[in-house]
Design a protein. Sequence first.
Length: 416
Amino acid sequence: MAQTASTQLGSNAIAHHDGVASLPAPAPALHHLDNSDEPETKEDDDLTFHDLPSFPADVSTAPLLRLNLARLLNHDAAEEAKLWDACQNVGFFYLDLRGGTSSKRDSVHSDAAALDGDTLLHDAAELFELGREVFELSTEEKQSYDLKDQGSYYGYKGLGQGVVDAKGTRDANEFYNVSKDDVLDIGERLPAPEVLQKESNRELLAAFCRRSHAVVAVMLGVLNEKLGLPEGRLAELHRLEVASGDQVRWVRSPPKPTADAHTMSLGEHTDFGSVTVLFNRLGGLQILPPDSEEWQYVKPLRGHAVVNLGDAMVKFTAGVLRSNIHRVVNPPDEQATHTRMSLVYFARPEDEVKLKVLEGSQVIDAKRKELNGGGALQEEEDVTAKDWILRRAMGRRAGGDWKASEGTEAGRSKLY
């Protein structure tokens, strides 16, 4: 049975009764936030999606730290240290959004004025419903918004129209990208299906962009301080109101119950931009942890987003921060009988920002000297964020330049 998008955040996320959507109370917050105490507890049970097959207990999962948004907003030193640890060593972590709110009085996270974790979860649930409507459009209509035809990374990519390796093996997903600049009226309105032109849906997308970007702003604020950069330096490169490649993406993979467990829906890659905020309910996402040859699943947790860093943060910090290679394969066991959907917010540097090592940080300077063996600094590629993202996105289309799609961890992949 294929899952419906309306339940993408769990049976407790959003339900429909006579056409009216309603939200029940969120799941209780965790009292333990890392994976060191794995025995099943009531808190762990409350993080499952009860309307779907359980994630199998015998599958190897990535040891990601669980961070708490409310604690980060309260400037909890231990929580900020965990964020720093996660961003240096794995580049992926869980973020518990429940109960995390900020106000305009928050001077440190000034860009977090619109942040409300519970409302963000609600917005995500509604956007899964909207994504379902988009994917239910006819193939002909969806193809009329093909992003490759428009020379853009906004619009539609059909099933099998991307590749997962240098041999040209076709992917097993379709996706639709919506520009942050479009829905916030920063740039021109882009061609889109009627359902996405509806004003109420544009307002929902805009709210999701603002709240997701506010989450990103919290992460950037902590990292800026840990790196010892001039105050607000990372925020200056990621202003919400300035043109950038930020986007909302829906991804849909049809059920593949008889496919091999390693069949890839999305090939091995690192993300192009700065910070990715992901919502999903079924297994399939895998990371290749540092110093490991074993791919490990990222188990979805209700009430949480999965957050990871992209290559821009590696470039800005000379590798102090990590953008980890990952992929999407068939969901494990019985979960493979369900349609897999994801909702993603990609935060990227402003279009004209050069992806070069930032000045003003002793931490970054020390890393850069280490990489150069104490000798003369190597010349960096002179590329803007806009050109970098477009080059990498187009390289993953069928017939594209695979080499141009390579990211910062290309050497770890057997597909390059």
